[in-house]
Design a protein around this ligand. Structure first.
Ligand code: PGA
Length: 257
């Protein structure tokens, strides 16, 4: 695990985008695992800029998104498919057929989740998986208590998560109670993990994920078992870490872990 502490949100976003761009230049048919939420927005902005100004090419890229709310159609403004269209897909040259986002309206949820896992496998697995972290230590919608070996499935959202996400809805009651999410085990299969976090409200979660015991109570802590995981944080999110991290001073995207 390489912990990279950057000065602020913009520097964190740029670092993550440079790693993704580096992997994409080396492998044009990169399989990217994508995340929603406030955290990766800055990274997506940099990737869009690299596409528009430097011709970073997404034409052979395949993407798999981590999760989606149950009951929201892709046209719903709070659906994660809509979020991805607005914040990334509409601005880069990725073919529609290469985009995989779980369908929160699927009739047969179990079959749909199995299909999603099969598509990831057919694509050769995820090369680089972007992750945020919940204040409660979740990754994707794998809430505390999620099996560390779990695969894509439906999960009940905790009250904490529904409160955290209520800011995007008019009323908390409108936040869906269930979500489809890649499992902790599915995420761990990715060849590289980039966990991004900023802000002091994430400091406890980052401390628990990077330095705490590995426990299903903090699903993000499982990244300590991954062979190639980067934790890219700003100073506030890093403020409760007790170790010093030598990786903080050098450019990460040329490093091999
Ligand atoms: P955020 O969400 O990026 O909006 O903070 C992250 C998460 O809950 O996984």
């Amino acid at each position: 695990m390489l912990v990279i502490i950057k000065e602020n949100y913009d520097a964190m976003s740029n670092e993550a985008a440079q790693i993704v761009a580096d992997r994409l230049r080396r492998k044009p048919n990169l399989v990217l695992g994508l995340a929603t939420g406030t955290t990766p927005l800055g990274m997506y902005k940099v990737l869009i800029r690299l596409h528009k100004q430097e011709g970073l090419d997404f034409s052979k890229v395949t993407t798999f998104n981590l999760d989606e709310y149950v009951g929201l159609p892709p046209t719903h403004e709070q659906s994660y498919r809509y979020f991805m269209n607005v914040n990334l897909f509409n601005h880069i040259n990725i073919p529609e057929r290469n985009i995989y986002v779980l369908d929160g309206m699927a009739d047969d949820i179990d079959a749909h989740c199995d299909w999603f896992e099969q598509e990831i496998a057919k694509a050769g697995g995820v090369d680089v998986q972007i992750l945020g972290i919940g204040a409660n230590g979740h990754i994707a919608f794998n809430e505390p208590g999620s099996s560390l070996g779990s695969r894509t499935r439906v999960k009940t959202l905790t009250d904490t998560t529904r409160w955290d996400n209520a800011r995007f809805f008019e009323k908390k009651g409108e936040v869906p109670k269930y979500a489809l999410t890649m499992g902790v085990g599915s995420i761990m299969d990715a060849k590289e993990l980039l966990l991004l976090s900023s802000g002091k409200e994430k400091a406890d979660a980052i401390k628990a994920a990077a330095e705490g015991p590995i426990t299903a109570q903090v699903p993000a802590s499982v990244i300590q078992l991954h062979r190639k995981a980067y934790v890219i944080v700003d100073k506030e999110a890093a403020s409760k870490l007790s170790s010093s991290y030598p990786g903080t001073w050098r450019s990460s995207f040329t490093l091999e872990l």
